[in-house]
Design a protein around this ligand. Structure first.
Ligand code: FAD
Ligand code: DHB
Length: 391
């Protein structure tokens, strides 16, 4: 089989890349090791930056997002029993975030691929990439016990943090920069109407917590926990008790309680590779970087990477230009490091670190007080939170 761009992974990065290439008249094939149902049910991110929303709408995959997405013009920070609102849109010329679950983005993009007659091959096994430094790289995999090979002009490694593409570059070509945090998030989905219309990030001496939502009927909540936390030790009653202790404010606000429909623990790391390219292999999204979830940036960064990549590939086919492909990595990394910094900063400000003392506690409170009272600080936070421009 032959295609122009072979895409490994049907997460947001791979699906959006295929969609953008299709709009530019470029053919691609997506190869995914999981089933369609699995990727459409996977509970993950929920916050879209303004640029992600605009891109989905402009490229014709934002119809349901426009209808069902919850636009938030503000975000709350809670500490010492009080909530403080940051008015995102007022501070950023009308930009905002939109709450719309990642699996809904995935469903909309899968639907668009299938509607356009573009192939997504689900359930591939033992995928590997070859001849990356040649003009015709290849993807090999097994499907229903039959070995398959696709010859491509380019391969996009959009196979997430645990994928195979990143490790296929020869030793020494790629450098990784990494921080692993000494805590994790216990996330739950509850059938409970959200009791706040906007997200609330809480700093508490017992640890961070986050109130979010998925719809007018579903609340999404997170609690800081240990990286090796045993879910069996967290029956629903204990989760609610801990959420109440951390999130209750002086005015009596608490999250609404309801049946817990999903639970999971997510580890936290910052990770970036440089460069994001080897020969004709281009890495995008979580395959190239991970941010701690506190800034809600992972999905959005995946989308901004593939926008840059699609433009570079389009310039190659339309006018034979190779310069944008050569600049792909540097152009993405300049944005990635700014987003990495923001995510690290939000994480450091809001979490309890093992061994922290009264000095750290007071410093964190002072920082929270500053970012919720200084217009300059609020503007900086808002500008990053709604998303730096996708230029
Ligand atoms: P992925 O979504 O991981 O997709 C990679 C795909 O490749 C997968 O479908 C995988 O099955 C497939 N694959 C892997 N290996 C192979 C292989 N060998 N062969 C074929 N296919 C393969 N981000 C935000 O922006 N906002 C948030 O609010 C947010 N919250 C989060 C909350 C949680 C609990 C978690 C876990 C993440 C969160 N993120 C958030 C991060 C976000 O989910 C990821 O950054 C995003 O999924 C990255 O997309 P991707 O397409 O690069 O990778
Ligand atoms: C959600 C996840 C995040 O990481 C975040 O910062 C905000 C919201 C969410 O899943 O709703």
């Amino acid at each position: 089989m032959r295609t122009q761009v072979g895409i490994v992974g049907a997460g947001p990065a791979g699906l959006m890349l295929s969609h953008l290439l299709h709009l530019a008249g470029i053919e691609s094939v997506i190869l995914e090791c999981r089933s369609r149902q699995y990727i459409e049910d996977r509970v993950r991110a929920g916050v879209l930056e303004q640029g992600t929303v605009d891109l989905m709408i402009e490229t014709g995959v934002g119809e349901r997002l426009s209808r069902e997405g919850l636009r938030h013009d503000g975000v709350w920070f809670s500490f010492e029993g009080r909530r403080h609102r940051i008015h995102l849109s007022e501070l950023t010329d009308g930009r905002a975030i939109t709450v719309y679950a990642q699996q809904e983005v995935v469903k909309d993009l899968v639907q668009a691929r299938i509607g356009a007659g573009e192939p997504i091959v689900f359930g591939v096994e033992d995928l590997s990439v070859h001849d990356l430094d040649s003009p015709l790289p290849k993807i090999r995999y097994r499907m229903d016990d039959v070995e398959q090979e696709i010859t491509c002009d380019f391969i996009a490694g959009c196979d997430g943090f645990h994928g195979v593409c990143r490790g296929s570059a020869p030793e020494g070509v790629i450098t990784a920069y990494e921080r692993v945090y000494p805590f994790a998030w216990l996330g739950i989905l509850a059938e409970a109407a959200p009791t706040s219309e906007e997200l609330i990030y809480t700093y508490h001496p017992r640890g961070f917590s986050l109130f979010s939502m998925r719809s007018p009927q579903i609340t999404r909540l997170y609690l800081q926990c240990t990286p090796d936390e045993d879910l069996a030790q967290w029956p629903d009653d204990r989760i609610w008790e801990e959420l109440f202790r951390r999130t209750r404010t002086e005015d009596g606000w608490t999250p609404g309680v309801g049946p817990v429909i999903q639970k999971g623990v997510t580890g936290m790391r910052s990770f970036v590779i440089e460069p994001m390219q080897y020969g004709r292999l281009f890495l995008a999204g979580d395959a190239a970087h991970i941010v701690p979830p506190t800034g809600a940036k992972g999905l959005n960064l995946a989308i901004s990477d593939v926008l840059v990549l699609s433009r570079a590939v389009e310039a190659f086919y339309k006018s034979g230009r190779k310069d944008l492909l050569d600049e792909y990595s540097a152009q993405c990394l300049s944005r990635i490091w700014k987003v990495q910094r923001f995510s690290w900063w939000m994480t450091s400000m809001l979490h309890l670190f093992p061994g922290s003392d009264g000095f750290d506690h007071r410093r964190q409170l002072a920082e929270l007080d500053y970012i919720t009272s200084s217009r300059a600080a609020m503007t900086s936070l808002a500008e990053n939170y709604v998303g730096l421009p996708l230029d």
